[in-house]
Write a protein of this length. Sequence first.
Length: 355
Amino acid sequence: MKLTLKIFLILIFISSCFYAQSLEEIKKQISGNNVSLQHRLDRLEKLVDDVLWFQRVSDIAFIDKIFMTGPPLAKEKNPTGQGAGNPVKFWSYVFIPKGIDYNNKYPLIVLPHGGVHADFTTYYTHIIRELMYQQYIVVAAEYRGSTGYGEGFYKRIDYGGLENEDVNASRQYILDNYDFVDPNRVGIVGWSHGGQIALFNIFDHPENYKCAFAGVPVSDLIARMGYKDDSYRDLFSADYHLGKTADQNVEEYRKRSAAWNAHKLQTPLLVHTNTNDEDVNVLEVEHLIKSLKAEGKKFEYEIFKDIPGGHSFDRMDHKVGREIRIKIYKFLDKYLNPPKKITTLKDIEKAAYRN
């Protein structure tokens, strides 16, 4: 009888282990399916948004999407495998104002999008319209790690690393292929993660840019890991990303933080931040500003107080947001001298509504 009970208990134990294992496998499969579905939805959203670009901007701009290359992967799974070491392929948007004289030279704005994983969307419609009004050429790279191009491209992210080189490659592509762009009048503009990319481009390639604007830039990844939650930290410690947490490799996080690279600044720079920013805490940008001052760097900055919109405050279309963008355009004017200027709210209105 005792032997029968033991056998029965053993069978129950084996069954429970098998059930637990099966349940875990089912959870993994569901999780994998959810990830796959999300990437498919991102692709669909990207296709829809590309159509919207033509609907919203094609009255004033020629729009193209070019396929180009940046440096090889930061991490090769199989360094000796077929195709290892090949340049990373990615897309970039190009916007060219209608009505320009192709015998003349026009300034270029390099415009990297924000987000740890995001893409260049019609969120920037009014900003593009305002840049077209001023007759800037614009290139916006969908650098490695951008969404809308599948899981493989998503996992090629190199935050604070080779993504910066993808953006710089988009600048070089324009100069190599559009002879009406003035190589001596190139600026870079970015917000949030795009602001970080703008900073590293002028830090690493000061000879390539006449000026830069960094809006609410991610500036200190070490501080950022401290005030963000675990789900955000997990993005960075994923094996295809930085692969370690900040406490496991603080030097790597420091290397990818603009505030810890302030000594490199040589380019005219304008920085904006907002005290009620719900994404990039103002303390990050304050650290950047203090670091630049400590290095004796000349630059311009403004810390805005609780402007509606928080993280998006100077990308909003309320009056104060537009007024702040005029400040940005006036800064760019000094170094890039666009054919037309935006100096008043009426100019912004013309840019938004003209056909």
